[in-house]
Design a protein. Structure first.
Length: 149
C-alpha cells in the first residue's frame, strides 16, 4: 500500500475545514440566522449571545456527519481526501465501519492535544499513521498510486 503522507493529509484538512464552514454558513442562511453574526461574534455583542449557541450546534452536527459519516461510506473519506486522491481504509484495505470511524474521530481529539503531536507522528511513522489511525487501526492510502500499480 502507498500511504498518504503528512502534508497531503494536512492540505485535505484545510479543504475539509473550508467545506464544513461553508456548509455551516449555508445552513445558517437557510435557517435565516441574521446576517453579520460572524462580525457580531467577533465583537461580542448581544447578537452573539443569542446566535452563537445555535451556530455551535450546527457546526457540531455538520462536523459529526462529515468527519464520522463520510469515511464510513464508499467515499472512504472526506471531500478534501477525495479531491487529493487519498482514502481511509482498514487493515484489509476495506471501507471502515461507522464504529471504527467514531473511534478514529474521538482519538483525533487526543491527536490535537499537546501541540498536535498525535498528527505530527504521521510525518515520521513508516506507514504515515497518526495517533488516531493507530488507535482505530486505520490507514490513509494514496488511491492514485494504488490504482497505477
Amino acid at each position: 500500500m502507498n500511504y498518504g503522507g503528512f502534508w497531503i493529509r494536512f492540505l485535505a484538512t484545510i479543504i475539509d475545514s473550508a467545506v464544513v464552514m461553508v456548509a455551516t454558513a449555508l445552513i445558517g442562511v437557510v435557517l435565516k440566522i441574521p446576517k453579520g453574526v460572524v462580525s457580531e461574534m467577533i465583537f461580542g455583542d448581544e447578537l452573539y449571545l443569542t446566535t452563537y449557541p445555535l451556530y455551535s450546534w450546527i457546526l457540531i452536527i455538520v462536523g459529526i456527519l462529515y468527519f464520522v459519516g463520510l469515511p464510513a461510506t464508499t467515499w472512504r473519506g472526506t471531500v478534501g481526501k477525495k479531491v487529493l486522491g487519498i482514502e481511509i481504509v482498514d487493515a484489509n484495505g476495506d471501507t471502515i465501519s461507522i464504529i471504527r470511524s467514531i473511534i478514529r474521530n474521538i482519538a483525533r481529539i487526543f491527536s490535537g492535544l499537546l501541540l498536535c503531536l498525535g498528527y505530527i507522528i504521521a510525518a515520521f511513522h513508516p506507514q504515515k499513521r497518526a495517533l488516531h489511525d493507530l488507535v482505530a487501526n486505520t490507514y490513509v492510502v494514496n488511491v492514485k498510486r494504488v490504482n497505477e500499480s
